[in-house]
Design a binder for this molecule. Structure first.
Ligand code: TYM
Length: 327
């Protein structure tokens, strides 16, 4: 039997995960556990590349672990760990720093956006962020990386790093494929930008149903539909974008007919969305509650995950060092 292909993916510990993370990435991770040898990491070393509060970070990492496990990452079927618990990532990052031309880093979209926001605190860590991400992936010689569309550029960069290393020191790192999730780019509740924690336009996967309704009720719809009797265009409606993620085909067709024929209003449409979304999120919130009552299970999973990850990471790192001529 040929060994299973390997995937790695990562998520920032920025508090609760939102439905953009879920439909763009995590839902796919859960599915892929059946067929791949999976490594998932909470990237605390990436989180410290921007201004942050060291008192809040441990709780954020913990919340990310609980949310991801509640969303379906099963430590019996994947390796889940905290990035800084596998120090080999940082060591490989240094080696890769030394094969990466400086110019490319400043051109990365995420760097441009974040450095704009940071202004006073643009660190070398923020510039080198994509190299650490390349190290996260290459240290497991991952075949594929499941992510949302916003990470596509970082993955192209990772493949370039692999090619450059291989060209200089010999064929060593596979070039990982990008696997984009079903919700490639989930929009925020404002309808204008991608859903993200920093834009405060998100629905958290473990938020209470009432709190989610309070966010959905006033959310933007097709702006041309000013009155209940105006026909709407689902394709111009942000809410319809969410429906496509959670509403079954038949009901989706009814919504299109109801909206374009003005037989249902936006609030009715949002109520259907809320009901269907909660069918996905209710079990996650319940599992989250249960996990919080058993912190030992989570701690053990993370310890075991780091141990398994380190064994693989060490071997790859040693091979890379040897090729680079380090004694
Ligand atoms: P992060 O923490 O921003 O996001 C985690 C995953 O969620 C996806 N995602 C989205 N997908 C669709 N629509 C959205 N609105 C949305 N928001 C987030 C992201 O694409 C991602 O897959 N740099 C990475 C973390 C990272 C990583 C890695 C990822 C570090 N090392 C190695 C893959 C492999 C990040 O900031 O993701």
């Amino acid at each position: 039997m040929s060994p299973r292909k390997r995937i790695l993916s990562g998520i920032q510990p920025s508090g609760t995960i939102h439905i953009g993370n879920y439909f763009g990435a995590v839902e796919n991770w859960v599915r892929l556990m059946a067929d791949y040898d999976c490594f998932f990491t909470i990237v605390d070393l990436h989180a410290i590349t921007v201004t942050y509060d060291p008192k809040l970070l441990p709780q954020r990492v913990w919340d990310a672990a609980l949310d991801n496990m509640a969303a379906g990452l099963d430590p019996a079927r994947c390796t889940i760990f905290i990035q800084s618990h596998v120090p080999e990532h940082a060591e490989l990052c240094w080696l890769l720093n030394c094969v990466t031309p400086l110019g490319e880093l400043g051109r990365m979209t995420q760097f441009k956006e974040k450095s704009e926001r940071e202004r006073e605190n643009v660190t070398a860590g923020l510039l080198n962020y994509p190299i650490l991400q390349a190290a996260d992936i290459l240290i497991y010689k991952a075949d594929a990386v499941p992510v949302g569309e916003d990470q596509a550029q970082h993955l192209e960069f990772t493949r370039e790093v692999a090619r450059r290393f291989n060209g200089r020191f010999g064929d060593y790192f596979p070039e990982p494929a990008t696997l984009i999730g079903r919700g490639a780019r989930v929009m925020g509740l404002d309808g204008d930008s991608k859903m993200s924690k920093s834009m405060d336009n998100f629905i958290g996967v473990t938020e209470e149903p009432d709190a989610i309704w309070e966010k959905l009720r006033p959310a933007k719809t097709d702006e041309a539909r000013k009155r209940r009797t105006d026909p709407g265009s689902p394709d111009k409606c942000n809410i319809f974008g969410y429906h496509k993620l959670v509403t079954p085909e038949g009901e989706l067709r009814e919504i299109v007919a109801g909206c374009t024929g003005a037989s249902i209003g936006c609030i009715d449409c949002k109520k259907i969305l809320h009901r269907n979304l909660m069918k996905v999120l209710d079990p996650i919130r319940e599992r989250r509650r249960d996990l919080a009552l058993h912190p030992d299970r989570v701690r053990e999973a993370l310890d075991e995950g780091a141990r398994k990850a380190r064994a693989v990471a060490r071997e790859t790192l040693d091979g890379a060092k040897k090729l680079m001529g380090l004694l």
